[in-house]
Write a protein that binds this ligand. Structure first.
Ligand code: GDP
Ligand code: MN
Length: 384
């Protein structure tokens, strides 16, 4: 789960990472008052769950409190569209007003999980300020990766190695090591998926400061990190995805036109491949789960057909704990509650597949039942 920059900075601060002084505002007057407290000059930053704010006009260094108020007024209540958001953008409900940082150098620093290496990895670059994807594409030699043994944890030599790769001043090696240790500890103690600081600033007087902070938490660990779970900002989530997730359905919107409903993430991936093989593209990833209920199936069905981009629907289920008769009943009941204007193709196999097919046949809804996955793919290509 993504959290806001100001929240990420509070987490990092509690692990000893230096961040600029500042506070959040939800009105222009508050933004003015904070800028006054900070001495007049300030940086005003839109708080949204997306990067690329700088280039999109979401970050500004202002010269005085009135300018802070004016810039905040323009941002608050608007939608910010960045390279990382959809075309409709994300709403700005808070701004962070901070002391401006005197930037001598911008570094990139992050910690995430390297699934292939089965361990956390530190990713660092002296080419900070840019998006890491851009650096990776244009000059991958400027990126350093150092893995951390999860059983041993952070060790000072790791800090020295990364500091050397970044060609930092010798005087900065020790403070950099301490800062990196704080970041790695935050990552491990809070069970995070990602901590990213871009830029990590070397200031004019030679200290280190996290000018930006991005954290992605692991929702599976929220039961033991209630403090993180409480930071959720549902306003930043896609409404369809939010509704689905609230109902226990894994849903991710994609840009194709074939809506798909599947049980199990592996089968969902395979289904998306099959759709691509017949020249189409999936409109979403949707996993009702191995133990989906009739209500979840009905909810998932409604979510898919309410997406205006969906031109046909493929339901592909391997009956196990979710039996095919339960699936069929879910489809029939949801079908009657919503307007269905697109063809529906169903392929089901496994537990109670016959009973499921019987339920669909005896209902008064129109679906094409496929014999197997290849037949389903052919029907996706042919039925309009
Ligand atoms: P992002 O674009 O969403 O990643 O937002 P950032 O917080 O990284 O801000 C974008 C850019 O604004 C940074 O790369 C800096 O160059 C600049 N910036 C952010 N804070 C300050 C500041 O305090 N002083 C100055 N001079 N520039 C800043
Ligand atoms: Mn940034």
């Amino acid at each position: 789960m993504k959290i806001h920059e100001y929240q990420a900075k509070e987490v990092l601060k509690s692990f000893g990472v230096a961040v600029p002084n500042g506070r959040v505002a939800t009105t222009a007057d508050e933004a003015r008052a904070i800028a006054e407290e900070l001495g007049g000059r300030a940086v005003v930053k839109a708080q949204v769950h997306a990067g690329g704010r700088g280039k999109a006009g979401g970050v500004k260094v202002v010269a005085n409190p009135d300018e802070a108020a004016e810039f905040a007024a323009g941002l608050l209540g608007s939608n910010l569209i960045t390279a990382q958001t959809g075309p409709q953008g994300v709403p700005v409900n808070t701004v962070l007003v901070e002391e401006p940082v005197d930037i001598a150098q911008e570094l990139y620093l992050s910690v995430t999980v390297d699934g292939a290496a089965k361990s956390p990895v530190i990713i660092a670059s002296a080419a900070g300020g840019m998006e890491i994807e851009e650096i990776a594409e244009e000059s991958p030699e400027k990126i350093t990766q150092v893995h951390i043994d999860p059983l041993i944890g952070y060790q000072p030599f790791v800090g020295r190695r990364v500091a050397a790769a970044l060609e930092l001043d010798a005087a900065l090696a020790r403070p950099f090591g301490a800062l990196l240790g704080g970041i790695v500890n935050a990552f491990q103690n809070k069970d995070l998926n990602l901590v990213e600081i871009n830029p990590l600033v070397v200031t004019g007087d030679g200290s280190l400061l996290a000018a930006d902070g991005k954290i992605d938490t692991d929702e599976n660990s929220h039961f033991r990190h209630r403090d993180l779970a409480e930071l959720r900002d549902a306003d930043q989530e896609d409404p369809l995805e939010r509704n689905a997730n609230d109902k226990g359905v894994q849903y991710v919107k994609l840009d194709g036109d074939v809506g798909c409903m599947v049980n199990g993430a592996g089968l969902a991936m395979a289904t998306m491949d099959v759709i691509a093989q017949v020249g189409h593209a999936p409109a979403n990833f949707l996993d009702v789960g191995g133990g989906g209920t009739e209500e979840q199936v009905a909810e998932a069905f409604k979510i898919i057909v309410s997406d205006p981009d969906v031109k046909k629907v493929l339901i592909n289920v391997f009956g196990g704990i979710l039996r095919c008769d339960v699936l069929a009943n879910g489809i029939v009941s949801a079908y009657k509650e919503v307007d269905v204007n697109v063809p529906i193709i169903v392929r089901m196999t496994g537990t109670n597949a016959e009973e499921g097919a019987e339920i669909l046949r005896n209902s008064d809804i129109t679906v094409a039942v496929a014999a197997d996955l290849n037949d389903a793919a052919t029907k996706v290509a042919e039925i309009n």
